[in-house]
Design a protein around this ligand. Structure first.
Ligand code: PLP
Length: 386
């Protein structure tokens, strides 16, 4: 017999309805923004928990956190004013001299930040080739390594790391596993379920999806002293996500599942079209069966592969830059995960010294018509090569 009372609704349904929000007093199905910077104490001069000052958060920010925690299968999530400030909290928490294991190539902002701490001898870092578990295992020092950092899929080459295997290696050494899955949002990859201790997303990207908010989110399976200390770092640094941005994020997340499905379909069509193209040397996309990370990606993303592709164009560096200049639909802009497609010459954006192929173009595929996007890249490639 059908159990009408105890049905657990699908995650998509819960996220679309922002956890079936209904405002108690009015019945409004959309939450109001609560922008207060301070909260009045009660008649006994007690704090009306949980809020007393904006740096602790607000109802609007907590609502966005609850939606993300639901998607992540997390005990709790904390939203920050950017992805970088969320990463900073994790790095800042490390004791001076801590041993950290991190990829040689990863999102350049986080790498830069780790290197800054390393240069000041605040951290001791061993680097491994992204996606290479043997190198990761060799880099880890049992009893000494505090944190293992994984980014999967990894910017800008989209190498895939097996999160469960990385968690096993980290845990055997007594380290925590921090997993940056910005390229595959929690509608695709729930890093905590694979054994990560901290799941991170730049919520600026797919979670928001409309290129109008910067935000970062950390999630954990357990609320413990570590987590309380991370919350304290956020409070002391004043890096909580502001209410207006949290409200935009809630609105954006309602359509996450649809947006990601469409972006993944578009990306697959584009990757297949340009794989073997006479003006393209390589297509880097875990969705292609020939990609070395394909099988692990399939396991970790539920069979969708997301909207991030890189292509290495034939010719020289200027040819690659010219493709970005000649695109008529792709915006020549940084970032990813929005509804609109972006193209960037990654070497220009990452700066000198960052190891990236000089002819690599990073494409963030949006939800436009796939044939239009293919047409745009075709005409830009043709013009750059003429
Ligand atoms: N991690 C990854 C993989 C990213 O792509 C980015 C931004 O591009 C960040 C972290 C930093 O996030 P934010 O730009 O929101 O500070």
């Amino acid at each position: 017999m059908t159990d009408h009372k105890n049905r657990k609704h699908a995650l998509t349904t819960r996220v679309v309805q922002a956890l079936h929000f209904v405002e108690e007093d009015t019945g409004a199905v959309i939450p109001a923004i609560q922008p207060a910077a301070t909260y009045a104490r009660d008649e006994n001069y007690e704090i009306r928990k949980p809020y007393w000052y904006r740096r602790d958060g607000s109802q609007t920010t907590s609502h966005a956190e609850a939606v993300i925690a639901e998607m992540e299968g997390a005990a709790d999530s904390l939203l920050f004013s950017s992805g970088m400030s969320a990463c900073s909290a994790v790095i800042e928490h490390l004791p001076t001299g801590a041993h950290v294991v991190a990829p040689k190539v990863m999102y350049h902002g986080v790498l830069h930040q780790l290197q800054t701490y390393e240069a000041k001898q605040r951290l001791n870092i061993t680097y491994y080739t992204a996606g290479n578990l043997e190198e990761l295992a060799t880099a880890v020092r049992p009893g000494e390594t505090t944190l293992v950092w994984v980014e999967t899929p990894n910017n800008p080459n989209w190498e895939v790391t097996d999160i469960a295997a990385a968690a096993e290696i980290a845990h055997a050494a007594g380290a925590k596993l921090m997993c940056d899955c910005t390229g595959t949002p929690p509608s695709m990859t729930r890093a905590l379920d694979f054994g990560a201790d901290i799941s991170f997303h730049s919520a600026t990207k797919y979670l928001n999806g409309h290129s109008d908010v910067t935000a970062g989110v950390l999630s954990v399976k357990e609320v413990d002293d570590y987590w309380e200390e991370i919350a304290l770092i956020r409070k002391l640094a004043g890096t909580v996500l502001q209410s207006f941005d949290a409200w935009l994020l809630i609105r954006g997340m309602r359509t996450l599942f649809l947006r990601v499905e469409r972006a993944s379909q578009n990306a697959m069509a584009i990757a297949k079209h340009f794989d073997g193209h006479d003006q393209v040397e390589a297509v880097l996309y875990p969705g292609l069966p020939s990609d070395p990370g394909h099988e692990v990606a399939k396991k970790q993303t539920g069979g969708q592969f997301g909207g991030m592709i890189s292509i290495i164009v034939k010719g020289d560096e200027q040819t690659a830059i010219d493709v970005t200049r000649f695109c008529q639909l792709f915006y020549p802009a940084t970032s990813l995960g929005g509804v609109e497609s972006l193209v960037e010459h990654r070497k220009t954006v990452s700066g000198e010294g960052f190891p990236v192929h000089p002819r690599l173009l990073r494409l963030s595929i949006g939800i436009e018509d796939a044939d239009d996007l293919i047409w745009d890249l075709e005409q830009a490639l043709a013009r750059a090569n003429s």
